[in-house]
Design a protein around this ligand. Structure first.
Ligand SMILES: Nc1ncnc2c1ncn2[C@@H]1O[C@H](COP(=O)(O)OP(=O)(O)OP(=O)(O)O)[C@@H](O)[C@H]1O
Ligand SMILES: [Mg+2]
Length: 228
């Protein structure tokens, strides 16, 4: 069954006061479930903005975004219930324990097995000994693991991660990358990672660079520009 995201002739610009900032024009992109993608590029190039468009959380100024799921071709806004999003700053709720932070998205959907599933995913990311800790009682790497468990707990078809290792030392960053790529592979989820880290980008099956409004597909390792 085909399951993919398709962006056609996507442009994004912002109007602030009397200046118009154009991030990119006429971008085309297809990303499939079960595959991993990295997007790199200089600061301010528009990577986070592009991720918001791919994930259907924001709308492009022009162009068509579609979510193809089996026989159905839907608008990208329909993707929302099938995605998990991981932010650089974790965005955990400070007053909730790790267990309740992960269980919350399931509880909001009325899932009676929310706590059991949350515990399972916290074990998968190696935090079985931290279930009752609040975010302020956890290290940055541990908080990011909670955020990953929260994104994966309802087994979404696509996971989007914006600089998931940006705040971590190299060892923690490698561990987080292992968890992210392994869990997505096990769940057959599509993974789209925005990162400044070469090491993280190299782990993805497909790699794009975004600079000066151009999205280029690069062959990993060789970094050969395939289409620009
Ligand atoms: N809602 C908005 N209104 C106006 N300008 C915006 C808005 N969102 C983003 N921008 C501008 O778009 C540009 C790209 O921002 P974006 O956050 O996507 O960059 P980035 O590639 O993710 O950078 P970084 O690597 O620093 O995270 C920036 O110059 C930013 O100021
Ligand atoms: Mg960004």
């Amino acid at each position: 069954m085909p399951c993919y995201i398709e962006l056609k002739n996507i442009s994004q610009s912002f109007q602030t006061n009397d200046t118009k900032v154009t991030l990119f024009e006429d971008l085309n992109l297809t990303m499939s479930r079960g595959k991993s993608y990295a997007i790199t590029g200089p600061s301010g190039a528009g990577k986070s903005s592009l991720l918001m468009l791919i994930s259907g959380l924001e709308q492009a100024t022009s162009g068509i975004g579609s979510y193809v799921n089996g026989e159905q071709k839907q608008s990208l806004s329909e993707l929302r219930s099938d995605i998990g999003f991981i932010f650089q700053q974790f965005h955990l709720l400070p007053e909730l324990t790790a267990l309740n932070n992960v269980a919350l998205p399931l509880k909001l959907r009325g899932d009676k097995t929310a706590l059991a599933k949350a515990k399972h995913w916290l074990e998968k990311v190696g935090l079985q000994h931290r279930l009752d800790h609040k975010p302020s009682e956890l290290s940055g790497g541990e908080q990011q693991r909670v955020a990953i468990a929260r994104a994966l707990v309802f087994e979404p078809k696509f996971i989007f991660a914006d600089e998931p290792t940006g705040n971590l030392d190299q060892n923690s960053a490698n561990e987080i990358a292992d968890i992210l790529f392994t869990c997505c592979q096990e769940n057959n989820a599509g993974l789209v990672v925005v990162t400044h880290s070469e090491a993280l980008a190299e782990r993805a099956q497909h790699r794009f660079s975004l600079a000066e409004g151009q999205l280029c597909l690069q062959e990993n390792k060789l970094l050969k520009v395939a289409s620009c």
